[in-house]
Each structure stands twice: as C-alpha cells, then as structure tokens.
Design a protein around this ligand. Sequence first.
Ligand code: SAM
Length: 332
Amino acid sequence: MPLHPGPDDGPPSFHDLLATAAYRAVAAGLRLGVFDALADGRRPVASLANALGTDPRGTGLLAEALVSFGYLTGGPDGYANTEQTTKWLAGGGYAEVDKFWSVVLFESWEGLEESVRTGKPAIDFYAWLADRPDVLRRFQGMLSGHADTIAPEVASIVPVGSTLLDVGGGHAKHAIRLCTAHPALKATVIDLPDALAVGAAAVTDAGLSHRINLLPGDYDTLDLGESYDTILLFNVVHGRPAAANETLLKRVASALRPGGAVVLLEHDEHSPDRASDAFARVFSLNLFHGQGGQVYGADTITTWLTKAGFTAPTTHPLTTSPGQSLLTAHKP
Ligand SMILES: C[S@@+](CC[C@H](N)C(=O)[O-])C[C@H]1O[C@@H](n2cnc3c(N)ncnc32)[C@H](O)[C@@H]1O
C-alpha cells in the first residue's frame, strides 16, 4: 500500500523505489502463499515458515517488509493479515490480478527501453504467454471474469440479428450471453487455440455447443466468413499497430452484410479519475512494448472505421466498467 511520503521525504524517485519494492514484496507474498497461510489468524514466524516450506529468516524479513507497507501487522505473537489484505488478497479475488501484473511488470518489461528505442515491440506478448501456461490461464481467467461483469450491459447494447462473429473472443462469455438472450442467434468465436480451450469449456458448460462454433486460428489470416449481422472486436485493436487495425477492419467490413454492425470494446484514452488515467497510460505503454499497440483515441478509431467503409461510431460508456466504452458502427 502506498506510503504517501511528503515532498520533503526525499527525491520523488525514492518514493517510487519504495512502491516498486512493495509491489515486488507483495508478489513474493502471493507466490509463496503468505496471505493465505495467515487467513486463519496470526502466526509466529517459525509457524509461518513451516507452513510455507520457506527459510525462517527470509520469511521474517519478507514479513517485516510487508508490515512496513501495511500488508501485515507484526507483534510479539507473530504476523497477521491487515483488514485490507484479508479483503483483497487472502483466498484469491484480486490476488489473481496482482499475480498477473507483477509477472508482466517484473519480467516482460525487462526490454522496455529497446521497444521505446526501436519503436518495435521487444517481446511478442502472446508468444511470451504461450511459454507461460500459468500466466496465460490467469490472463484468460481475468478476461473471463471481467466479461462476466460486463456481459449483461454489453448484451443490452449490442445489435443482434441471426449471426454473430466474435473476433478474439477466447473465453466466449459474450457469445454465450448473447446466444442465451437471443434463442435464434448462432455465433462463431475466433481466437488462438490456447485461448479457445477456455471458451470450449464454458460453451460446453452452457449447453451451447450446437449454436456456438469455436474457430481456432489467426484472425489476420483466417477466412472470417461473410454476411454476419454483427461482429465483435472486444479489446482487440489496442493490442495492434494502427496499420494492422486498418487492414483488419476492412476484412471485418467484408465479412458483414450491408446494414450489419461492428462493435468495438476499448479503454477510454483519458479518464477524469487520476488513478484510472494513470493506469490507462501504463496499460498503453505495456501494449506498445508487448504488441506494438496502445490505447487509441476515439478519433483515431473513427478514422479507421470510416476508411473501412463504416458509418461514424456511436459511443456507449459502460457503467459496469468505468473507463471502457463500446463503439458501434454500421456497414451502409
Ligand atoms: C485482450 S484479449 C480480449 C479477449 C476478449 N475479446 C475480451 O474482451 O475479453 C485479446 C484476445 O485476442 C486473442 N488474439 C491475439 N492475437 C490473435 C490472433 N492473431 N488471432 C486470433 N486471436 C488472437 C488473444 O488470445 C485474446 O484472447
């Protein structure tokens, strides 16, 4: 948790040194299971180390660091989770987000300077994920959980006919929600094979295998099909360079019937809330570094859409996901 030091407490970078060290210590706590091991109450360090299978001195030093950042309380009887730690980190929940972002920041950002210097992503995020099945599982789990939260609102906005294509729709939650709400709808979901494995389980669980077709492959080279009523491009364009998006949107236009709609889900470029705004900028830098993308402004996306032959989009800010909006455009 941030220490909020004052302006006289040293150079600003020292505050960030502390914040970075705190996040790395939290990641170690999560990976070693510290917060879960303290879920039932305070433990002396020897008992904690025994439960974790870790070195007692190292465990004590990690616990002391976590005390200083407000994640644990210390005392003569050992260490305990704080109220906030119990609420957010013990037993899952937000811990999944921190486990994901800590790996991204502390491992994949290693070559950040190279990306900035050359203008080309120093890593290929999806290849990097494919080499780390647990991170990939966590990434898809986060996307799937977020889709569960927004799917009802999304389904109330997306125009639906009888056919829908979800491009990069891996977990299939939006196709499932829309097919459930519209009994005549048939959907196709395209994604990379590992991501679609997550969707396959969800589609089977929902009993919708006969109406949702899962198509594994690269959406840049696969035949997208034709005459769809609706095509979803959710959280896709921010992960790609501008030129690749222009090409993809033209392919999407060809796969729609006249009057059909493309619906994009994207992060807003700017947010009035300072923390959300800072996150959007960090997220943008991360997208540039790993995928050659960024959070694009609505003006840029509108230009691509009109160049691909679409009408100018209508924007629907999502109340279930502040800082994200749906952009709906039609093929005339
Ligand atoms: C940020 S996720 C968005 C997932 C989903 N649309 C959502 O909004 O929750 C991007 C998705 O695109 C998929 N993807 C990335 N590159 C792809 C490619 N070349 N071909 C097919 N799918 C791809 C990823 O596997 C991932 O599931």
